[in-house]
Design a protein around this ligand. Structure first.
Ligand code: ASP
Length: 358
């Protein structure tokens, strides 16, 4: 009798686990694969979605192809060639791709004269033991890997640069230098006189890195970014986007996150890493992104930027600061590609003007 009850219990347990498996696979099929992308980059989202869903390819492929399309289309002129000229009029590129299964990263910072930043980053991931290559020598690496060396300048980026020069090089990223960087072009030299600590903030024109989070149909998690960085940056500047934990982060056990906005400030707080860690300890993606944003706000209330987050259940969310709103795309089998938009904390229209100091 005792034995029979034991068998019955076993059968009952098996039946329960079957029901659980069915429910679970229902969830899996409706939540995966999944893509989350910063901003309203519709074509890039559709491309990444086509790769990961219709073609059933990997999260890394979807990230590379989505970002590559944005680079080729020069999304909002803040991704790819011909945008954000630096003080010398040159466009340079930053990108990262992170494999959350291998916990391996490939990045390029300040990449010169090669248009395919995300694909070069993927070569760093797949063909080197390094995580980040920079500048001219990253160009040499790219050429060795078969990429074409060509100018990233366009007539438009040259015109932007000339206009900036004509406008006394405003805005720029100098402080504590002579001559006064708020009224004059350089060359500058170091000064002991401390400038006002206020920070130039964002506008429609100077942010919009593409960040892509993906979980493919095998459940593999990855993240990536691509950008031409900050408009009128000091030559040599590398932003947050190619830095693991700042621009993007992925961990197979937890999920992924990516950031966009004022990278000089954001990279000091590793917001993508923080968002993933928050999710590790149980926060929802929205709450995790909010915590990452709030950590920065404590020190820089007017900073502009956004964070997107995705957990291993396929749940997603975002948070932002200093802008009116932050759009982002999600694609999964239930939604297809769908645009979301959230309101940001601390939006001040007066601050949100090109060149404005707040
Ligand atoms: N975070 C990028 C950078 O500072 C720019 C952006 O996302 O808008 O390079």
């Amino acid at each position: 009798m005792k034995l029979v009850s034991f068998v019955e219990i076993l059968l009952l347990l098996e039946a329960c686990s079957l029901v659980y498996a069915v429910n679970n696979s229902d969830n899996l099929s409706s939540n995966f694969p999944v893509i989350v992308i910063t901003w309203n980059y519709k074509d890039a989202t559709e491309k990444a979605w086509d790769v990961i869903y219709n073609q059933n390819r990997s999260a890394l492929d979807a990230i590379e192809e989505g970002c590559s399309l944005c680079e080729a289309q020069r999304c909002r002129k803040t991704v790819g060639f011909g945008g954000s000229p630096d003080e010398a009029g040159e466009t340079t590129l930053d990108a990262i791709i992170m494999d959350g299964v291998a916990m391996d990263v490939g990045g390029v910072g300040g990449l010169r004269n090669v248009k395919n930043a995300i694909s070069v980053a993927r070569k760093v991931l797949e063909h080197t033991k390094h995580s980040l290559l920079g500048g001219d020598l990253a160009t040499d690496f790219a050429v060795n890997m078969g990429f074409k060396k060509e100018s990233l300048q366009t007539d438009e980026s040259q015109a932007m640069w000339k206009q900036w020069k004509a406008n006394k090089c405003q805005r720029n990223f100098w402080k504590n230098v002579i001559p006064d960087p708020t009224t004059s072009c350089g060359p500058y030299r170091a000064s002991d006189v401390k400038d006002d600590e206020s920070t130039p903030v964002g506008s429609e024109e100077n942010h919009d890195t593409i960040g892509v989070l993906a979980i493919d149909s095998k459940g593999h998690t990855a993240a990536g970014t691509s950008t031409n960085g900050a408009n009128h940056k000091i030559p040599g500047r590398i932003g947050d986007s190619p830095i693991a934990g700042a621009g993007a982060y992925a961990d197979q056990d937890v999920g992924a996150a990516a950031g966009t906005g004022d990278g000089d400030i954001m990279m000091r707080f590793l917001p993508s890493f923080l968002a993933v860690e928050e999710m590790r300890y149980g926060a929802t993606p929205s709450a995790a992104a909010k915590t990452a944003i709030n950590r920065i706000v404590q020190h820089y209330p007017n900073f502009f930027g956004g964070v997107i987050a995705l957990n291993r259940k396929g749940e997603y969310g975002a948070a932002c600061n200093g802008m009116p709103f932050f759009p982002y795309y999600v694609a999964n089998p239930t939604l297809g590609p769908k645009l979301f938009s959230i309101q940001c904390s601390n939006f001040n229209p007066e601050c949100y003007k090109e060149g404005k100091i707040c």
